[in-house]
Write a protein that binds this ligand. Structure first.
Ligand code: NDP
Length: 254
């Protein structure tokens, strides 16, 4: 009989397999939104609505699972909810409305993939924290795995937020087109926002000490490393004066 825990593990295992497949596919196909938008990807919707829709399951699912769980919400559980919402309230309800460059459109296919990703990922993270994973007492908050993971998350979050703000500042409201981003971590890499995102979820994996967290970090890297390479190639092709010593996503290396 399929129990809740065996269902969860089956989804988790399948999810790791899908991450590997996505990584391979993204070596050949660049997701068609932003500067890589192109025709032939079916119907599209306004970009702002697209971002809100695809991120909504992540923002909603963790608080929902915490609420319906028969377990009492622990102090670490509250802290993990806070960390999660620190990222997802911005990504879902603030970031999309602050993007500049006019109201572009996004293929429904991208929105649907993002929606499914955030739904499954929200279930896996929430399932581990509030339903099926080990019940952590308040002492978890000074365990070295939590402390180092939370600090790594915070560094990644700050990097991601600062890099997204720098990109936003490249355009005045309504202005379109692209410029070479300079300063901050852009001195070293073309996509510090993606690097920040990968660091965030690596910290999350450590702080939650879970396979679900690890799966999220791997998924993020599988998605964003190939996209950073595509951005990097695009910058070099588009701007003849693009800094030659800048790497795509890992300073000094890659
Ligand atoms: P991009 O860096 O491609 O774009 C971010 C915003 O900045 C867009 O509004 C973009 O405009 C604008 N922009 C980017 N470069 C320039 C430039 N050189 N000149 C002017 N404007 C520029 O990021 P994404 O849109 O792919 O992602 C946005 C956020 O979402 C990031 O923080 C990312 O980490 C996160 N994300 C996380 C994922 C995950 O797997 N966890 C997956 C995807 C994104 P335009 O849209 O017109 O290109």
């Amino acid at each position: 009989m399929l129990t809740e825990i065996s269902f969860y593990h089956a989804v988790l295992l399948g999810w790791l397999g899908v991450a590997a497949a996505v990584f391979v596919v993204l070596q050949f196909v660049v997701a068609p939104y932003g500067r890589h938008a192109r025709k032939g990807w079916g119907p599209s919707i306004p970009r702002t609505a697209g971002w809100v829709l695809m991120e909504f399951p992540a923002a909603a699912l963790l608080p929902f699972i915490a609420l319906i769980s028969v377990r009492t919400l622990s102090t670490p559980g509250i802290v993990f909810l806070f960390i999660w919402l620190l990222h997802y309230l911005n990504r879902t309800f603030i970031f999309p409305f602050r993007m500049r460059g006019g109201e572009g459109r996004m293929p429904v296919l991208i929105v649907a993939s993002g929606f499914v990703f955030n739904g499954v990922n929200g279930y896996l993270q929430g399932g581990h924290l509030f339903l099926l994973g080990p019940e952590r007492g308040v002492e978890w908050l000074w365990d070295p795995r939590f402390v180092s993971g939370a600090l790594i998350f915070l560094c990644g979050w700050l990097l991601n937020m600062r890099a997204d703000a720098k990109l936003r500042a490249l355009r005045t409201p309504g202005q379109t087109g692209y410029k070479i981003p300079r300063g901050g971590a852009f001195r070293w890499v073309s996509c510090p926002n993606y690097l920040g995102e990968i660091i965030e979820w690596t910290g999350w994996a450590l702080a939650t000490w879970s396979v679900a967290g690890l799966a999220f970090a791997l998924w993020t890297a599988a998605n964003l490393v190939p996209r950073a390479l595509a951005h990097h190639r695009w910058y070099r092709k588009t701007f003849p004066d693009y800094p030659t010593d800048r790497k795509a996503i890992i300073p000094g290396l890659y």
